[in-house]
Design a binder for this molecule. Structure first.
Ligand code: ADP
Ligand code: MG
Length: 326
């Protein structure tokens, strides 16, 4: 490649160093050229031309909790600009739209025949209470723009929600939209998270929720966000909190696969719960996904390596195309 055609790289868009560490190691192992766009804030010059390469968007729904209030908004602009220039973007503007809104997720999932929990979205405390009156049984609140279990609380009745909403403890979602959602009671205390890399099923991992259902996997790790990040402390319980399911099979895999393919998503972790009647409810799509090191070591499967290899293949395809075009 000459100066006019600098060697294309993999560009990782994110706002949290800790989560990118295992990915850096995987890139180094495969000797892949990459750089990082840390988009907590910055300037986007709409007249400029983006560098060549493959762009991997890892912007997180919970970026505002790390003092990066507008990182997702900035990323939305950057992704749009990259797309106008025809750049290859893994997890593009459509993926980001899903990442930062559960309403977007549920509406999209439903159109693929994927069942989601009954949900009402409300803006304003009064309307939140009003929405809860429509629920038949126990329900939870959660933030529309969430990650790391933001705003997830269980209520048995409307009166306790009313008290909560009036208390100092109530915290509004960063986008002002709170969801009221039917509580899915699982017979066994676990949820399943299905991981996709390169648009293909990688593995499913079971996450023990017996330490309290309000705990999203990441809250237990004290590091934050969507899923168990690196450096997680082992749970006090004897059994590991995360376990990769051997030979996981489900008709959901194919539905999820089509859903992500149609939404510009190459990499994601999708969560579901099964209730006592065996009904399966999908309730969370994470386009910014992390993996549990202990569970991966036990199963001998490694998400970040799979991501690096996939992005490496994408880069290779791009380089071949550029050579042909030259
Ligand atoms: N409808 C539900 N019924 C029962 N538990 C739920 C429900 N929705 C979420 N949870 C629990 O709360 C956790 C966090 O909710 P989730 O929708 O994944 O939000 P986040 O995007 O913040 O991770 C889940 O991992 C699960 O354990
Ligand atoms: Mg979740």
């Amino acid at each position: 490649m000459d100066a006019l055609h600098p060697t294309p790289k993999i560009h990782v868009i994110h706002e949290n160093d800790a989560w990118v560490e295992p990915l850096r190691a995987a890139f180094d192992e495969l000797k892949l050229p990459y750089d990082e766009w840390f988009l907590s804030e910055g300037v986007l010059d709409l007249e400029s031309v983006p560098p060549e390469g493959v762009f991997y968007n890892r912007m997180s729904a919970s970026s505002h909790t790390r003092d990066h209030r507008y990182a997702a908004e900035l990323t939305g602009g950057v992704l749009r600009w990259l797309e106008s220039h025809g750049r290859r973007v893994v997890n593009d503007t459509r993926a980001l739209r899903l990442e930062i809104s559960k309403i977007e997720q549920y509406e999209a999932l439903k159109s693929y025949g994927i069942r989601t929990p009954r949900t009402l979205a409300a803006v304003g405390k009064k309307h939140l209470v009003e929405a809860a009156r429509k629920m038949a049984g126990p329900f939870i609140t959660k933030h529309n723009r969430a990650g790391k279990g933001l705003g997830v609380k269980l209520f048995q009745d409307v009166a306790s929600l009313e008290r909560h909403v009036a208390s100092a403890e109530f915290e509004d979602s960063v986008d002002g939209i709170t969801l009221i959602q039917e509580y899915i009671r699982a017979t066994e205390p676990f949820i399943t998270r299905v991981e996709f890399v390169g648009g293909e099923f990688l593995y499913a991992v079971r996450v023990d929720t017996s330490l309290g259902f309000e705990l999203c996997p990441a809250d237990a790790c004290q590091v934050g966000d969507a899923f168990c990040p690196v450096g997680e402390q082992p749970a006090p319980a004897a059994a590991p909190r995360f376990r990769i399911v051997e030979n996981f099979q489900s008709p959901l895999i194919e539905k999820y696969r089509r859903f992500i393919a149609d939404h510009g998503i190459g990499i994601a972790g999708i969560e579901f719960i099964t209730d006592a009647r065996g009904e399966v409810y999908t309730y969370d799509v994470n386009t910014n996904t992390n993996y549990n090191p202990a569970a991966e070591a036990e199963a001998g499967k490694y998400g970040m390596r799979a991501i690096a290899a996939y992005l490496g293949r994408e880069l290779h395809t791009l380089a071949r195309r550029n050579v042909r075009a030259a």
